[in-house]
Design a protein around this ligand. Structure first.
Ligand SMILES: Cc1cc2nc3c(=O)[nH]c(=O)nc-3n(C[C@H](O)[C@H](O)[C@H](O)COP(=O)(O)OP(=O)(O)OC[C@H]3O[C@@H](n4cnc5c(N)ncnc54)[C@H](O)[C@@H]3O)c2cc1C
Length: 332
C-alpha cells in the first residue's frame, strides 16, 4: 500500500514521496561551510548524517576566500571539496540535490523529498541553506559582482587597498558608517548617497576623514576592457572609481523553515537560541540562513555549535528510549 505522508500543520500530502526511504539521524540541508562543519562533527559523533546540497554557495562568484585562518586565499570551492571528503571519511554521506519539501511527522521525525525524487527520513534537521544578496537596481552592478563590485571590505578590502573606491549607500544610516569602514582601506573614497539623507553629524564625520560625497541617483556603473572604471550619475558625468562597495539586502533562503512553521522575527529572520535551535522541535539552523553577519569561519563555527547541541538532544532521546525499553524488558 502506498503511504501518503501529510504535513502535520497544513495537511498537504507530500507529492511524489515514495514508500521507500533511507533513515538518518540528521539531515543537513545545505553543504556550505555551516552545513559541512556540522556534518563533520556529527559524523565523528557516530551519527548517520546526510548532507544535501544544491551547489550554489553564496561566495561561489569570488575567486578567493579570505579571512579563514589557515585557508586564506583558497578558492571557495576547494574548502567545500575538502570538507565533503572529511565528512565522507567518517561515514557521512553528501549528495548534490535539492530538498524540495519537508514534513514533520507525528512521532517527531521528518520526511523529506528531494528534487531527484529520492525520499529520506531523519530524526533531526539542520537547515544551513544560506542567503541571497539582493543588489540595488543599478545597471551593470550584478555583472561585476565579486569582481570590482564588492559587498564586504573584510572579504575584499585588502585586494583593493589604496585604490579609488566608491561606496553605494542607501538611505539607512549604517551604510554611511559602512563608508567610514571602507575608508580604512583607502584614502580616496567617494560615497554615493540618496539626496537629503545625510545628517549634519554624518556630513562632518565624512568631511573630517576626507570622504567625498556625491548626493543623488546613480545611473549605471561604467566598464571598459572588462574593468570597472567609474560610476555614472544622471547628468552624464562619470566619477572615476576602480572598485565599488555595495551593501546588499540579505534575503535568507528560509522557505523550508517557513514551511515547517519556525517562528520568524519582525525582520523575517528565524528565531533561534545560541545553539541554533529553532522554535520547532528537532529543527536547527546554522550559518547565513539565520545569521547575515556570518563569514565563512563564523558559519563553520555556527555549524559546529549546532551539531554539538543537536547530538546532545539526540542523546536525550536515546536515553529516554533506552529507559522505556529497559522498563518493558524488566516488567514482571
Ligand atoms: C561574493 C562574495 C564573496 C565572499 N567572500 C568571503 C570571504 O572572502 N571570506 C568570508 O569569510 N566570507 C565571504 N563571503 C561570505 C560567505 O559567502 C558566507 O559567509 C558563507 O558562504 C556562509 O556559509 P553558509 O554555509 O551559511 O551558506 P552557503 O555557503 O551559501 O551555503 C548554503 C548552501 O545551501 C545550499 N542550498 C540552499 N537551499 C537548498 C535546498 N533547498 N536544498 C539543498 N541545498 C540547498 C546552497 O546551494 C549552498 O550550497 C562572501 C560572500 C560573497 C557574496
Amino acid at each position: 500500500m502506498r503511504t501518503v505522508w501529510r504535513n502535520r500543520d497544513t495537511g498537504r500530502s507530500l507529492a511524489g514521496m515514495s514508500d521507500n526511504y533511507d533513515a538518518y539521524d540528521v539531515l543537513v540541508v545545505g553543504g556550505g561551510a555551516a552545513g559541512l562543519s556540522a556534518a563533520l562533527v556529527l559524523s565523528r559523533a557516530r551519527r548517520q548524517v546526510l548532507v544535501v546540497d544544491s551547489g550554489a554557495p553564496r561566495n561561489a562568484p569570488a575567486a578567493h576566500m579570505h579571512g579563514y585562518l589557515s585557508r586564506d586565499g583558497l578558492p571557495p570551492a576547494d574548502l567545500l571539496v575538502a570538507g565533503r571528503h572529511e565528512v565522507i571519511g567518517y561515514g557521512g554521506e553528501a549528495v548534490t540535490d535539492t530538498v524540495a519539501e519537508v514534513i514533520r511527522c507525528g512521532n517527531g521525525t521528518f520526511r523529506v523529498r528531494l528534487v531527484s525524487g529520492r525520499s529520506v527520513s531523519a530524526r533531526r534537521l539542520l537547515i544551513a541553506t544560506g542567503l541571497r544578496d539582493e543588489l540595488p537596481d543599478v545597471a551593470g552592478l550584478r555583472e561585476r559582482w565579486a569582481r570590482d563590485v564588492l559587498h564586504c571590505p573584510y572579504c575584499h578590502g585588502w585586494e583593493v587597498r589604496d585604490q579609488r573606491l566608491g561606496v553605494l549607500a542607501n538611505s539607512l544610516p549604517e551604510t554611511v558608517k559602512f563608508a567610514q569602514i571602507v575608508r580604512q582601506w583607502a584614502a580616496d573614497v567617494v560615497l554615493f548617497v540618496p539626496a537629503g539623507t545625510l545628517t549634519e553629524a554624518q556630513r562632518s564625520e565624512l568631511v573630517a576623514r576626507a570622504v567625498t560625497v556625491v548626493e543623488g541617483e546613480v545611473a549605471r556603473v561604467v566598464v571598459k576592457n572588462d574593468q570597472l572604471v567609474g560610476v555614472e550619475i544622471p547628468d552624464g558625468r562619470v566619477i572615476t572609481r576602480d572598485a565599488l562597495f555595495v551593501p546588499p539586502r540579505f534575503i535568507p533562503n528560509n522557505d523550508l523553515l517557513v514551511a515547517l512553521g519556525c517562528e520568524l522575527d519582525d525582520s523575517g529572520w528565524v528565531v533561534k537560541d545560541a545553539t541554533g535551535r529553532t522554535t520547532v522541535a528537532g529543527v536547527w539552523v546554522a550559518g547565513n540562513v539565520a545569521n547575515p553577519r556570518a563569514q565563512v569561519i563564523t558559519a563553520a563555527g555556527d555549524g559546529s555549535a549546532a551539531a554539538i547541541a543537536l547530538n546532545a538532544d539526540l542523546v536525550d532521546e536515546d536515553v529516554r528510549a533506552a529507559v522505556n525499553a529497559f522498563a518493558q524488558e524488566t516488567q514482571p
